[in-house]
Design a protein around this ligand. Structure first.
Ligand code: HAM
Length: 430
């Protein structure tokens, strides 16, 4: 017999975790709407070029991590390895540059696919919420974007998290900086780790992101982009920092923060738990991407956004003992005895549900004892029993599962006319 298992690096989201997911979804959608962001959902897959061009040919994502396949008409498609490029494709395709700018989107529980080495906090399918705002280069938008990410985690009750901030310049100042980095690293190349040897050739900015202990002193002494920003980029970065200061948002400048996707310009940021140097602990990251719309075929349009891993958010909240709302339990379990009672019970259940009560129906031919066991496991507050006597006089026997064992018998169990079921239950459930 086949013995199927979920694919390595993927996870089932089971009912026991549903409330944690719902709590995050609610915090994200309510906070985003408060900031004037509107929801967008793009398809799970796009033409491969959207990501290859958008994210950048030299990045780990495009080189090693994309799930790319040909469909039956030989079109090369890719499961989205991030949420930004598809959103930009939609902005261009739907002519949204004609709307009042900036156009502000959020996405939620978006599945993201990356062929990475699976480990805790790093999956081959994960889910992100994220925001993208297009058509505005004002540093106030950068500050708002960072504040929004921060606000979502504050609202969720996360503690001890830090925003790291940097500016990586633009196409005016970055080429000279990259050249300076290459000039600095070239004489050191024999002594670099294998990954860094490749980075030196393909993506020198990522040299700063190396985690190999032996390369750390080289990184510490490397030229820093912050010292080489052109005047407009430096002024933009100063303005972002001043706004964050004025808003009272805590952040630290990390001159080594470069991010793993090619489209970034100027502001980049990450949100991570304090005292964690490991990359897979970032719970969110983003930045400005002023050249991306043009790169994907649109008019020159500035943009900025972030993405945040929902599995990592849940792990963080769990680690920090943040209270997750309890799973709603049935308010009433209906226990019918016999075929006639079952028909009556089905109708009663529908009637009660229509008045917004949470009702679980007991199925099949079961004894009272078996019904009570199921009702108990369901967490229902009341059990409504319908047997031969109740059928005969149009009633039901209601047992209060929350009554103390010492309570008077009429506190534990009463006979109620079925026509009064809603009023009786609602008056007790509050
Ligand atoms: P990213 O930093 O690659 O950025 O991913 C954003 C977040 O997704 C990370 O901070 C992390 O929380 C989560 N994440 C990434 N990879 C994994 C994984 N394999 N398993 C679990 N969680 C993961 C982006 O994707 C950009 N599109 C963000 C952005 C939006 N920049 C501008 N707009």
């Amino acid at each position: 017999m086949p013995h199927f298992k979920s694919v390595q690096g993927t996870r089932d989201i089971l009912p026991k975790d549903a409330m944690a997911w719902r709590m995050i979804e609610r915090a994200v959608s309510e906070t985003c709407e408060r900031y004037g962001y509107q929801r967008i959902e793009t398809p799970l897959f796009e033409e491969t070029g959207v990501f290859a061009r958008g994210v950048g040919e030299g990045t780990d994502i495009v080189e090693k991590e994309m799930y790319t396949f040909k469909d039956r008409s030989e079109t090369s498609l890719t499961l989205q390895p991030e949420g930004t490029a598809g959103t930009i494709r939609a902005y261009i395709e739907h002519g949204m540059h004609t709307l009042p700018q900036p156009v502000k989107f959020y996405y939620l529980r978006t599945p993201i696919f990356r062929y990475e080495r699976p480990q805790k906090g790093r999956y081959r399918e994960h889910h992100q919420f994220g925001c993208e705002a297009l058509g505005e280069s004002d540093p106030a938008l950068d500050a708002e974007m960072i504040a929004l990410l921060w606000d979502i985690y504050q609202r969720l009750g996360a503690r001890d998290i830090v925003i790291q901030l940097n500016s990586i310049g633009d196409r005016t100042c970055r080429p000279a900086y990259i050249q300076a980095l290459v000039d600095y690293y070239t004489p050191l190349q024999d002594d670099l780790c294998d990954d860094c040897k490749v980075r030196l050739l393909k993506n020198p900015l990522r040299l700063l992101d190396c985690k190999e202990p032996r390369d750390q002193p080289k990184i510490a002494a490397a030229p820093k982009i912050a010292d080489r920003l052109c005047e407009p980029c430096a002024a933009h970065f100063t303005a972002v920092r001043e706004l964050l200061d004025a808003m009272g948002l805590p952040y630290t400048i990390n001159p080594l923060l470069v991010r793993g996707l090619d489209y970034y310009t100027r502001t980049v940021f990450e949100l991570a738990p304090e005292q964690s140097g490991r990359r897979q602990s970032a719970i969110g990251g983003g930045g400005r991407y002023d050249g991306l719309v043009e790169l994907l075929g649109g008019k020159p349009t500035p943009g900025i956004g972030f993405g945040s891993g929902m599995e990592r958010a849940i792990d963080l909240l769990e680690q920090q003992g943040v209270a997750i709302p309890p799973t709603p339990t049935p308010q009433v379990y209906i226990a019918p005895l016999g075929a006639t009672a079952r028909a009556v019970a089905s109708v009663l259940a529908q009637h009660l549900r229509a008045t917004d009560l949470r009702v679980q129906l007991g199925f099949g031919e079961r004894s009272v004892k078996a019904h009570m066991r199921t009702a108990n496991a369901s967490g229902a507050r009341f059990v409504a029993l319908i047997g031969a006597d109740e059928l005969a006089n149009d009633t039901m026997t209601i047992r209060d599962m929350a009554a103390s064992p010492d309570a008077a018998e009429d506190q534990k169990q009463v006979n109620v006319p079925r026509s009064e079921a809603t009023i009786w239950l609602k008056s007790r459930l509050g």
